[in-house]
Design a protein around this ligand. Structure first.
Ligand SMILES: [Zn+2]
Length: 279
């Protein structure tokens, strides 16, 4: 095996990365890399029902992510416990916490949301992507949050930031998840509270708050088929070599900046971008 990497996925809500990067995280865990997940909010508003309190929901969702990380082969999830839906009101604290954890975990590669993606309406996805981007570019400056130094945490510079669901750019990273698709699906179904909310999309006439066992099976089959189709479509970018894939747009990092000037200039003057790297 090549150099063992530390990989950090930064989520807004407990189920975010499983849908978009679960196969990738499982694959890297199988290859011996160390996988961490930081979840910025406790997800305590993620329900359409009112017979559960936000506190109960937060508890449930923490267990769901803990189980999902076990399934993917990752480390115990880290929760920052900012309020669901209102990350925008806490961006300074979020930035400090993310820089703290980047310095502590020393990731080589970080995965998060693209905060500049078109039609991204969820404010938590925007803010977590924005502050994660700032954290990975500024965590190398020791005079920023010098109190971390007193705790023994030195500056750190991750190598690359990978954005999930790259819509603004042609993906430049494709991960073959053919052999980890089953783990991805298992991890997604650890998030029962969230998956069941989507039941009426897959099971005609289903009441998401009151599903029968048969409807739960139909939901699993329907969601599984849809996610497989998406992964197959993305795998087409590999010219048919790969059956199922997840894709990303990765940017190399420099101190206080994205190290992508060459690529941006190429894009500006219409030169074909660098080719797809396959993992
Ligand atoms: Zn989310």
């Amino acid at each position: 095996m090549t150099h063992k990497k530390v990989i950090l996925a930064i989520y807004a809500h407990p189920d975010d990365a499983e849908f978009l990067a679960g196969g990738t995280l499982a694959k890297w865990a199988e290859e011996g890399h160390q996988i961490f997940a930081i979840c910025a909010t406790n997800g305590n508003l993620g329900a359409k029902i009112t017979d559960i309190t936000p506190e109960e929901l937060a508890k449930t969702r923490k267990v769901e992510l803990t189980n999902a990380m076990k399934t993917l082969g990752g480390e115990k999830a880290i929760f920052l416990d900012f309020p669901d839906g209102f990350l925008r009101d806490h961006i300074d604290q979020l930035k400090e916490r993310l820089i703290y954890w980047v310095r502590k975990l020393k990731p080589d590669r970080v995965i998060t949301f693209d905060p500049w993606k078109k039609y991204q309406v969820h404010p938590d996805h925007i803010e977590v992507g924005r502050m994660a981007s700032e954290a990975v570019t500024f965590s190398c400056f020791p005079m920023m949050y010098p109190e971390h130094l007193k705790e023994g945490l030195g500056p750190h510079q991750p190598e690359e930031l990978w954005y999930m669901i790259p819509i603004e750019h042609k993906p430049n990273r494709l991960v073959d998840i053919t052999h980890t698709m089953d783990k991805k699906m298992k991890a997604i179904f650890c998030h029962q509270s969230q998956v069941e909310m989507m039941a009426d999309l897959f099971v005609e006439g289903a009441d998401p708050t009151n599903l029968t066992e048969e409807q739960k099976t139909q939901l699993q089959d329907g969601a599984g088929t849809m996610l497989r189709m998406v992964s197959q479509a993305l795998a087409n970018l590999s010219n048919g070599d790969i059956e199922l894939a997840e894709v990303f747009y990765a940017i190399k990092l420099g101190p206080g900046m994205f190290d992508n000037y060459q690529e941006m200039i190429q894009e500006m003057i219409g030169i074909e971008q660098d080719s797809l790297e396959i993992f």
